[in-house]
Design a protein around this ligand. Structure first.
Ligand SMILES: [Zn+2]
Length: 86
């Protein structure tokens, strides 16, 4: 079951300062750790499972990292965290 990700109000401003780093899926701050868990999101910015991706691959917005603080604040996103990259 897809879960809505609630972006912080300052997501856009944080993302604009990210530079080359990947923005956190929740707060938009740069995630510099290559070991950050990744979450697959769709065009409604909902976290999706692998099965949900396979049902509607055209809705994918790709995989985005989540920072450790945001993951602590949003335990509902933990089941969507994919294998650590790298
Ligand atoms: Zn974050």
């Amino acid at each position: 079951m897809a879960t809505q990700i609630r972006r912080t109000d300052d997501y856009g401003a944080n993302m604009a300062r990210c530079g080359a780093a990947m923005p956190c899926v929740v707060c938009g701050r740069a995630v510099r750790s290559a070991r950050a868990p990744m979450i697959h999101v769709n065009y409604l910015w909902r976290a999706i499972t692998d099965d949900e991706y396979r049902l509607a691959p055209e809705d994918s917005q790709g995989c985005w990292p989540i920072g450790p603080d945001c993951l602590r604040r949003h335990p509902e996103l933990r089941p969507y965290c994919g294998p650590v990259a790298g």
